[in-house]
Write a protein that binds this ligand. Structure first.
Ligand SMILES: CC(C)(COP(=O)(O)OP(=O)(O)OC[C@H]1O[C@@H](n2cnc3c(N)ncnc32)[C@H](O)[C@@H]1OP(=O)(O)O)[C@@H](O)C(=O)NCCC(=O)NCCS
Length: 152
């Protein structure tokens, strides 16, 4: 993928560090990204996940300020993109596309050839974003899950 000309030139894409946790949650709140701070997004859970070899948790930083995130994992068979968010001030500059592209690239490097994401039905913006960056929408698949608690 070619870099967009309006992508901030001083944008840094780097791995998420647990010290970023509080700022990351502020970003997700600012971005109105649905997340589970009392469940799978709690600090201990994220801390556990980033230790796994299948985690590609990236953030975008501009002048030391965290302005974007994209988390990837794989289950050995498929890659999954999660928690893509960009600060409202920095949208439509190609930052999310750049982050997701980098996550895909790293997952591909781990031998993963298909990457997928789940999007809630109200989130048209996110659907448009993923379609724009090459993801195919499947109207014939329904998501089923079994949870140990609603926060999971
Ligand atoms: C979805 C989101 C991550 C996109 O971030 P972004 O950095 O603005 O996205 P990009 O600039 O990389 O967008 C690339 C392309 O996707 C499409 N796109 C992105 N946001 C769009 C929107 N709101 N409406 C329509 N198309 C959109 C456009 O085609 C865009 O290219 P263009 O700006 O040249 O038209 C951001 O809007 C966000 O943080 N939303 C809230 C959190 C969220 O819902 N995350 C997804 C959870 S599944």
């Amino acid at each position: 993928m070619n870099k967009r000309s309006d992508l901030p030139s001083d944008l840094v894409i780097r791995e998420f560090r647990i010290e970023d946790y509080d700022i990351l949650l502020s970003l997700w709140n600012e971005a109105k990204l649905p997340h589970k701070p009392a469940g799978r997004d709690k600090k201990e859970e994220i801390c556990r996940e980033i230790e796994q070899t299948n985690a590609v948790f990236l953030v975008a930083e501009k002048e030391g300020v965290l302005i974007g995130s994209a988390f990837g994992t794989h289950d050995g068979r498929k890659g999954w993109i999660n928690r893509v968010a960009v600060s409202p001030k920095w949208r439509r500059r190609g930052i999310a596309a750049h982050l997701v592209n980098e996550v895909e690239h790293r997952l591909n490097g781990m031998g993963i050839e298909i990457v997928a994401c789940l999007i809630e039905d109200w989130n048209e913006e996110s659907m448009k974003f993923f379609e724009r960056i090459g993801y195919k929408r499947h109207n014939d698949i329904f998501y089923f899950s079994k949870r140990r608690s609603p926060d999971t």
